[in-house]
Design a protein around this ligand. Structure first.
Ligand code: HEC
Length: 189
């Protein structure tokens, strides 16, 4: 009887963290799918707008569509879905303390040689008594991004950016830099 109890106890102890772990991994997988959905929609609209009228025209896509896609996905899943960065163009996208910390860790991981493309982080977080699952996925700076986030932006584009985003910090990025991250908050009841 004693032995049985011991086995049962050991089993419970070892299963509990594994269960919690799988639970988080499941949420992370779902988050990754939503990030792909976000990226796919935005990329499609951005490419079409660039083709139709160059970066000057496509600024409006980033301004109007990106927040709209984020809002629609947030409503669809009941999560907070957004983009953020340590150097934001729109101050509405500024990171909170937890996000800023993860973004700084992403920079350190990149410095240590890690590939940016699959870089992600997730955790269960408790804030003022309410629990949530938080997920972030790094966004690398690609060639196409440099036209609006690079070091050599066309004068007309600069003028339009200056007019729309007086607090723009999202310039001067180089190919492969971490431009920012997708960020997801799933409430846990
Ligand atoms: C046509 C110009 C343009 C191009 C090209 C462009 N962006 Fe942006 N980007 C913007 C604008 C404008 C905003 C501000 C959107 C807003 O008001 O929320 C922005 C915002 C962002 C943000 C949100 C954080 C912030 O700075 O406010 C991220 C992340 C981002 N861009 C990444 C990228 C990546 C990655 C690429 C390349 C795949 C890219 N952008 C290409 C214009 C552009």
């Amino acid at each position: 009887m004693k032995r049985f109890l011991l086995i049962a106890l050991t089993a419970t102890i070892s299963i509990a963290p594994a269960y919690a772990d799988n639970h988080l991994k499941q949420r992370a997988m779902e988050s990754k799918t939503v990030v792909k959905e976000f990226m796919g929609q935005l990329k499609g609209e951005l490419q079409a707008a660039m083709k139709a009228g160059g970066p000057g025209n496509a600024i409006n896509v980033c301004k109007e569509s990106a927040p709209l896609i984020a809002k629609n996905l947030s409503d669809k899943y009941g999560w907070k879905v957004a983009r953020t960065s340590l150097k934001t163009r729109n101050p509405n996208n500024a990171p909170d303390a937890w996000e800023a910390d993860v973004l700084r860790k992403f920079e350190a991981r990149k410095q240590a040689g890690e590939d940016v493309k699959p870089m992600a982080y997730f955790a269960e977080v408790e804030d003022k008594g309410s629990k949530s699952f938080r997920f972030m996925k790094a966004i690398p700076t690609g060639e196409a991004c440099l036209k609006c986030h690079g070091t050599n932006i066309d004068a007309k584009v600069v003028a339009k950016l200056d007019a729309t985003y007086p607090e723009d910090k999202a310039r001067g990025f180089k190919l492969g830099d971490i431009r920012g991250a997708f960020t997801i908050v799933q409430p846990i009841n």
